[in-house]
Write a protein that binds this ligand. Structure first.
Ligand code: C2E
Ligand code: MG
Ligand code: MG
Ligand code: MG
Length: 280
């Protein structure tokens, strides 16, 4: 009886695992066809200067609309695309689309915005990475300083190679940012060693900004960053009181639902039009 019970428990557990595995496997297979079937699109979330409220730029965020799965979150499909290596071609698609779109907006006479895109460690570590970036910049005609590549602290696994890649990008004029700053194990080491331009303070620190310890940490991060001539972005700003504190702490840029949620390319163009009307 005991054996039978054990077996049943095991089976119950097994079928749960199977469900997740088969969804992941399905996603993996469907991802292979997503580019050619035009299921991907890019959303853009504006980034603002905290002191003046002026528009600085936008982060491109990948969206996947699948005919039967519906909209699948990047937090679900990006890790799968990373496991299978598909992220390399997806990342190239994202870079091409976003650079092309940004160049069009610049040529339409909208305020010149800086485009941020997310780069997975696997893309960054790929031997063709810098070449791919340069090729896309040349094909689209975007000015290199208007592209900012967001990478995470995980690039610290390979300090020498990462430093070389970052130096090559810097020489070419492309900007780099550390995304989700403060959540890894090597935040201070990154500040000290890596040739980067921007840090994006992770949303979790901004969430807790009302707590005294969190405010002193954000204050310390901003002070260190500014001393090192880095641009500091606060991610996930949702409330006015957070913005007030960030202003007091001299944080450079802010991004979050308080300002605006990510919107489609058309939606972002509306924002650019409104911004231009205000400026003229
Ligand atoms: P991330 O790069 O840290 O992007 C910020 C995420 O926070 C986005 O989620 C954005 O919609 C969300 N967000 C922004 N402001 C707020 C806020 O005020 N409150 C809350 N609750 N959330 C906010 P999203 O678009 O779901 O993307 C999740 C993650 O997926 C990204 O985190 C990034 O790591 C990854 N990702 C998205 N697009 C790409 C891509 O094209 N390539 C790669 N490699 N990763 C991507
Ligand atoms: Mg990001
Ligand atoms: Mg981020
Ligand atoms: Mg984040």
């Amino acid at each position: 009886i005991a054996k039978e019970k054990g077996r049943n428990n095991y089976e119950f557990h097994d079928s749960d695992v199977n469900k997740v595995m088969s969804r992941n496997l399905y996603i993996e297979n469907e991802l292979r066809k997503a580019i050619e079937r035009k299921q991907f699109s890019l959303y853009y979330q504006p980034i603002f200067h905290i002191d003046s409220g002026e528009l600085f730029g936008m982060e491109a965020l990948l969206r996947w609309n699948h005919p039967s799965l519906g909209s699948v979150s990047p937090t679900e499909f990006i890790p799968i695309a990373e496991d299978t290596g598909q992220i390399v071609s997806i990342g190239t698609w994202v870079t091409e689309q976003a650079c092309k779109q940004t160049k069009v907006w610049h040529e339409m006479g909208f305020p010149t915005t800086v485009l941020s895109i997310n780069v997975s460690p696997l893309q960054f570590e790929h031997r063709n990475f810098v070449h791919t970036i340069k090729t896309i910049i040349e094909q689209t005609g975007l000015d290199p300083p208007f592209l900012k590549l967001e990478i995470t602290e995980s690039i610290m696994k390979n300090v020498t190679t990462s430093t070389n890649v970052l130096n090559e990008l810097r020489e070419y004029g492309v900007k780099t940012a550390i995304d989700d700053f403060g959540t890894g194990y090597s935040s201070l080491y990154i500040l000290k060693k890596m040739p980067i331009d921007t840090i994006k303070i992770d949303k979790s620190f901004i969430d807790d900004l009302e707590e005294h310890t969190s405010e002193s940490m954000v204050k310390a991060i901003i002070e260190m960053g500014l001393n090192l001539n880095l641009t500091i972005v606060a991610e996930g700003v949702e409330k006015y009181c957070q913005l007030e504190t960030l202003k007091k702490l001299n944080c450079t840029l802010g991004q979050g639902y308080y300002f605006q949620k990510p919107v489609s390319g058309k939606g972002f163009e509306q924002l650019l039009i409104r911004t231009k009307i205000r400026e003229d």
